[in-house]
Design a protein around this ligand. Structure first.
Ligand code: GLU
Length: 419
């Protein structure tokens, strides 16, 4: 077990919580409990590479809080993973699960790795090695991992299989985001974006806007970014800009994200679609476009105090975790930008993970209409609860979301511990 450092991303995340303490009476003992993760595990994972050499990868799993239920949260494979980042992500999971009122706490995992430099076999051995290393730290009633940046259903299948081998019994509810053929839930693969669409539709409705007239820029073209661009295009919004880690494209008309994905699949990047009316732009330029809706869907800390003043979008849907720093958030708030916070905006993923876990445990599988109806109900109700609170107290949607989550978390802590 490790001591978590006072590093910046996690402290920045906690500033969001501090802001909410002004609007809700939380006992000092509970604030203390919520100021640190319960436990953190750092592991070294030996992986036999295709060359025959053994390479050691560093991985983490952090348990932030389990007052409302088992720890829940994805596993990230990325070169930039650190204990600080995983801790911040586990913190956000705690509040996210409370915002949508699903019976989970918050956890997160990560491995420092660039998957683009690994073969499929190496990624499989790393995935199995990670589970072997953390197998006593997780469990279907204790801590349930899922996909995150650069992990996917195939990786979840290897991980669930490995857990079943180690424990001597198949345990599908150990992990969510699995392939449908191996205990996954229908509708999980694009659930983050589907949930984001329900939320943005609700926002557009309360703001009295017409989605057919709104322009949209999406940063990131992974699972979350691509699917939100596709779903919004199909639902009538005008997608005018998208980007991946190599850069972005912009058109003063709209384009079909599915066609852009075909080009990315052939060439490796969305930037290859920059032909005719479609112009190449940088990721930084994408964030500063004069669009109605901006959707950061990649990594954290993309909008900081350095570029916040240049943001022109009227609405920001945080599909990534933590894309706006606390300082930047204050600037955007002053500018009157309607920021829909990550702990609501991207909660569709973990909500359908919850559905998957329920289906695994009951052995009864739902159809897509049931998944979508139940997801819509949760996302729309959560948006409406937060929106009415933000109007009542004249606070940002983010602070209102933390207040709502805190009401639920503090009640759970009190019921268990009488602090
Ligand atoms: N990684 C996703 C998130 O950040 C999903 C987590 C889950 O399904 O447990 O919300």
């Amino acid at each position: 077990m490790l001591n978590n450092t006072n590093n910046s991303l996690c402290n920045d995340a906690k500033s969001q919580l501090e802001a909410a303490y002004t609007y809700i009476n939380v006992k000092a003992n509970i604030k203390n409990i919520l100021s640190v993760p319960k436990e953190s595990l750092e592991v070294s994972i030996p992986v036999k590479m295709d060359s025959g050499d053994v390479k050691i990868f560093k991985g983490y799993r952090v348990h932030y809080d389990n007052s409302r239920g088992p720890y829940k949260g994805g596993i990230r494979f990325h070169p930039g993973v650190s204990l600080d980042e995983v801790t911040a992500l586990s913190f956000w999971m705690t509040f996210k699960c409370a915002v949508v009122n699903i019976p989970f706490g918050g956890g997160k995992g990560g491995v420092i790795v660039d998957t683009k430099s690994l073969s499929k076999g190496e990624i499989e051995r790393l995935s199995r090695g990670y589970i072997t290393a953390v197998s006593d730290f997780i469990g279907p009633d204790k801590d349930i991992p899922a996909p995150d940046v650069y992990t996917n259903p195939q990786i979840m299948a290897w991980m669930a299989d490995q857990y079943g081998i180690l424990k001597g019994v198949p345990t599908p509810a150990i992990i969510t985001g699995k392939p449908i053929e191996f205990g996954g839930s229908i509708g999980r693969s694009d659930a983050t974006s589907q949930g984001g669409l329900y939320v943005i539709d609700s926002a557009v409705k309360v703001l009295g806007l017409d989605k057919n007239k709104l322009t949209v820029a999406v940063q990131g073209f992974g699972n979350a970014g691509y699917n939100i661009a596709k779903l919004m295009y199909n639902s009538g919004y005008n997608v005018v800009a998208v980007s991946d880690s190599n850069g972005g494209i912009y058109s003063d008309k709209w384009f079909n994200p599915e066609q852009i994905m075909d080009i990315k699949n052939l060439s490796g990047s969305v930037t290859a679609a920059a032909i005719g009316d479609i112009k190449k732009i940088t990721n930084e330029e994408l964030l500063e476009l004069d669009v109605d809706i901006l959707i950061p869907s990649a990594l954290e800390a993309q909008i900081t105090k350095d570029n916040a003043n240049n943001i022109k979008a009227k609405i920001i849907l945080e599909l990534a975790n933590g894309p706006i720093t606390h300082e930047a958030d204050k600037i955007l708030d002053k500018k009157g930008i309607f920021v829909i916070p990550d702990i609501l905006a991207n909660a569709g993923g973990v909500t359908v993970s919850y559905f998957e876990w329920v289906q695994n445990r009951t052995g009864y599988y739902w159809d897509i209409d049931t998944v979508h109806k139940r997801l819509e109900k949760i996302m729309v109700a959560s948006f409406n609860d937060i929106y009415s609170n933000c109007n009542k107290h004249d606070i940002s949607l983010r602070t209102a979301a933390y207040v709502l989550a805190l009401e639920r978390i503090t009640k759970a802590i009190d019921a268990r511990m009488h602090v």
